[in-house]
Design a protein around this ligand. Sequence first.
Ligand code: AHM
Ligand code: MG
Length: 336
Amino acid sequence: GEMEKVNTNIVTLTRFLTEEQVKHQEATGDFTLLCHALQFSFKQIAYYIRRATLVNLTGLAGSSNTTGDDQKKLDVISNDLFIEIMRSSGKCALVVSEEEENIIYFKDASDARYAVACDPIDGSSNLDAGVSVGTIFAIHKLEQGSTGKQEDILKPGTELIAAGFTMYGASAQLVITMKGGTVNGFTLDNGVGEFILTHPNMRIPKKRAIYSVNEGNSLYWEDNIKKYFNSLKELQEDGKPYSSRYIGSMVADAYRTLLYGGIFAYPADKKSPKGKLRILYECAPMAMVFENAGGQAVDSHMNRMMEIVPEHIHDKAGIFMGSYDEVEKVKSFCKN
Ligand code: AHM
Ligand code: MG
């Protein structure tokens, strides 16, 4: 038979980053090296998640407790891996992690020019069931002359140099965007251990009748939020109500929303007046991805998420993000 046509012009994340670097004459290569370190941490985390599932199923773990505790350790392992990889990159002056109460400063990285915020495993309540989880990251540049201080990370999303996430699903999917740039998606080819560009220039559909929210919280929602979600359950112009999809892993819900369109929400409510999701390493980086893909992201006051300035590193916000038109719709209900 005819020889199968094989695509030999493959864009790996490494190639992609190198080509991006060449476009910026002032680039020193530091950012590229930081991204290399980042992608290595994602590969490591992906590997551990995959193994943990197996270890759990077969009871091969070194401890007697093969369920809860081992899985919980994944949070810790991923956090430790991430921090060590950032430290050893030499390009990162400080890290904020969901798993760490305080900022971690890397004093040895004296010429590091970046600060990274990260949720190493987001959606960890899903780990035991083998449901997709993810890592979210956000990269800031240090202020001129700074060797790393709190102000270098307590900045709004509009200041981000780059942001994105990796979803550990049937395959690991890495989505990255840079300031003023496009959104690009890469799939981890486990065979060669490389992230391959599979989703260049991702654009979120302008609208889609899918909503993603923990409806179990609706008792605590403000009235306008209730009205908005109730309106989605009525017949729309096409004669059908919206569909509901909720995984409970922000990265997985966001990734689906990015591809299919729709809206993802975690509103602030009477029980959690500041919302649940964290600004620095959950809301802002996701907002940057959604905006650069042509969508929108706002907080519970319908203010642009990218402009919210956190006071503390673990500050939270309500969030609505998704297709441009879907966010317009929630604004029409909730804007006062
Ligand atoms: P985590 O960082 O402790 O895993 O919590 C964040 C997760 C998000 O991934 C997800 O969107 C949300 O919490 C789900 O919360 P809930 O279980 O309240 O619906
Ligand atoms: Mg989280």
